[in-house]
Design a protein. Structure first.
Ligand code: ADP
Length: 611
């Protein structure tokens, strides 16, 4: 099992990746915020400009309205309630920044009752005069509010008030008396809203205006109308929360608002716009400053950008990390595999070395065995040959007469000694082959001559058993180079076996060429070999069965040697046999001259010996 240490993967690279990812996300966030802030600035500037142009329009309208009002009042001496109502209602409805109009009459104190009575007769039913003492500005005239329009929002605040005695209106009064018929009051609270009054003096004598000044005794009243400053600026409530505005009249600060949010919230920036207007004889300076406050900013988009940046960073982090882990795992697996391969290679090398040692030992043992056998065979053959030689001399009566019984015993000695010699010869041949001491002597083969010679050798034996013996050369077109002695020994073994294991019929030897081989085929009509045993007949010292080997003498080495010789001659022996029918032994050999030429050229090109 492979263990992975995850702490390894918190590499420097991953940390840099996270830091860069978060950095880029933050940068994108702040960029987003700055875009939103600059958007908000542009929006504010646009709205402030709109507000200023509205103020300008409205001051122009007010001038127009004032003139209309003057015309209306001077058109008749007595304006009825219905006329006043209709006229002022129109004005208020058409100009939404006007809240109400008021008519304040100039009435001497002693004429109040009479004045009230006459006004009621003119239809001003809502009219009421409250007895009023204006303190230090005691005057013989009062300026009580006589009538409001629209009636619905009239306030009792103004009833019985002497407009001249109010601090906010005093200067305006002075102004209209001095040089003009209308003037702006200072801002004042009307029903909880910051408002201006526009005052217009009404005089029964039209000729007196505008340049002659107005004597209080000549005037019969003042027309006043209310403008709400917020209506004038028409700033939206969302903007108001972060907007401060300042109003100066003739260089004197008369009003300054403080945006509630600007006090408490975190400010991200502020912008300021201002404009000066001249209305009647009053110069008005408006200044609007906007604070971009934290709570006013729409953080959704920058936040979304930031979060997607984080998400992307997370994603890249995860995939990179898993990729790193995967490659680490692969690396570990690779290492593990190469470790195992190394181990196994070491083991294999070890095994190969010990096998080589065993092989060398076996080879050496085999060589020792072969050498021992060769030596022993030689030591045995010398005395055996003299036993055979002397037995023959004795048997032939060359060293004195031999009795019949003695001759029989001598024959037994001879047969056994010859068998023993054959065995020793075979063992010697086998060991020679195994120890690689056999040399090949190549020469051109005369097939016909060889077969003829074999026929001469075996015909007597065959005749003894009443067997036929013949040979046939089927194809002798090409010359064959081979080792005559080895080939002859193979054929002698096979033909001797064929005669030995055949009791009736005969033996036939054929010669032909097959593919790149030359073949000698020995066909007999003998006892045959069972299929099961066929597999073993080429083994050393193998004889088909004990009883058979008793019937047919032998060493069990003939086929083993023949097969090895056939291999030396570049071929092999094949056998086909059926029990009770006969056997066919085919000896295939190569043209050794051809083989030799090939071997030499191979040797030259490889510069090494091929065995
Ligand atoms: P041996 O010296 O006993 O003949 P071989 O190696 O020549 O030894 O033969 C091995 C055995 O194969 C023989 O013992 C025999 O049983 C069988 N064999 C060989 N040639 C023939 C044949 N032509 N027909 C039947 N059996 C055979």
């Amino acid at each position: 099992m492979l263990e992975i240490d995850t702490s390894e993967y918190r590499s420097k690279y991953l940390i840099i990746l996270i830091v860069v990812g978060i950095g880029i996300s933050l940068l994108a966030f702040f960029l987003g915020v700055s875009v939103v802030v600059s958007d908000s600035k542009k929006d504010f500037q646009r709205r402030a400009e709109q507000a200023f142009s509205r103020i300008e329009n409205r001051f122009e309208l007010l001038t127009q309205i004032d003139e209309d009002l003057a015309q209306f009042f001077y058109a008749s001496d007595e304006v009825t309630s219905a006329e006043f109502s209709q006229f002022t209602r129109q004005i208020v409805e058409r100009n939404d920044f006007l809240r109400q109009t008021m008519l304040a009459n100039v009435v001497p104190k002693n004429e109040l009752k009479l004045f009230e009575f006459s006004k009621r007769e003119q239809g001003y039913t809502g009219y009421k005069v409250k007895s009023f003492e204006s303190g230090k500005n005691t005057s013989k005239y009062l300026y009580p509010i006589e009538y409001y329009e629209p009636v619905s929002i009239q306030s009792s605040l103004w009833f019985g008030k002497d407009l001249r005695s109010l601090a906010e209106t005093q200067e305006a009064f002075e102004q209209i008396h001095r040089d003009s018929f209308f003037a702006l009051s200072d801002p004042m609270d009307v029903n909880g809203r910051l408002s201006f009054l526009i005052l217009h003096a009404l005089s029964p004598d039209a000729d007196m205006r505008p340049d002659s000044g107005l004597d209080e005794s000549d005037a019969y009243g003042v027309l006043a109308y209310v403008i709400d400053i917020n209506d004038l600026l028409e700033l939206s409530s969302s903007l108001l929360s972060s907007v401060t505005y300042k109003v100066e009249m003739d260089g004197r600060e008369v009003f300054k608002s403080q945006a509630p949010n600007a006090l408490n919230s975190l400010k991200l920036g502020s912008f300021l716009v201002n404009r000066t207007f001249v209305f009647s004889n009053t110069s008005m300076y408006f200044e609007i400053s906007h604070y971009v406050v934290f709570s006013d900013i729409d953080f959704l988009l920058p936040l979304l950008i930031f979060l997607s940046g984080l998400l992307m960073t997370g994603f890249i982090y995860a995939t990179t990390r898993s990729e790193l882990m995967r490659s680490q795992l692969l690396e570990q697996q690779k290492n593990e595999v190469s470790r195992q391969v190394k181990n196994q290679t070491r083991q294999l090398r070890h095994q190969a070395a010990s096998l080589a040692l065993t092989r060398d030992q076996a080879l050496k043992a085999n060589q020792t065995k072969s050498t021992f056998l060769a030596n022993m065979s030689h030591e045995l053959r010398t005395p055996l040959n003299s036993i055979i030689g002397f037995s023959e001399i004795l048997g032939k009566g060359m060293s004195g007469p031999v009795e019949e019984e003695q001759k029989k015993q001598l024959d037994i000695i001879l047969v056994n000694a010859r068998g023993l010699l054959a065995l020793i010869n075979n063992v010697l041949d086998l060991s020679k082959v195994e120890s690689g001491k056999v040399e090949i002597d190549i020469g051109l083969l005369d097939v016909e001559a060889m077969l003829k010679n074999l026929e001469e050798t075996f015909i007597p034996l065959a005749k003894e058993k009443n067997l036929t013996f013949e040979y046939e050369i089927k194809d002798n077109s090409k010359p064959v180079y081979t080792d005559h002695e080895k080939l002859r020994q193979i054929l002698v073994n096979l033909i001797a076996n064929a005669i030995k294991f055949t009791n009736e019929g005969g033996i036939k030897v054929e010669f032909f060429s097959h593919l790149e081989y030359y073949c000698f085929r020995i066909i007999d009509t003998g006892i045959g070999i069972s299929r099961q045993k066929l597999r073993n007949i080429f083994d050393d010292f193998y004889q088909v069965e004990g009883s058979a080997s008793r019937t047919y003498e032998g060493t069990g080495l003939g086929l083993a040697i023949s097969q090895r010789f056939a291999e030396l001659l570049g071929g092999f022996i094949n056998v086909e046999s059926e029990e009770g029918v006969g056997s066919i032994f085919s000896v295939y050999i190569s043209d050794l001259d051809d083989m030799e030429t090939r071997r030499k050229s191979l040797e030259e090109s490889n510069k090494k010996t091929v065995t």
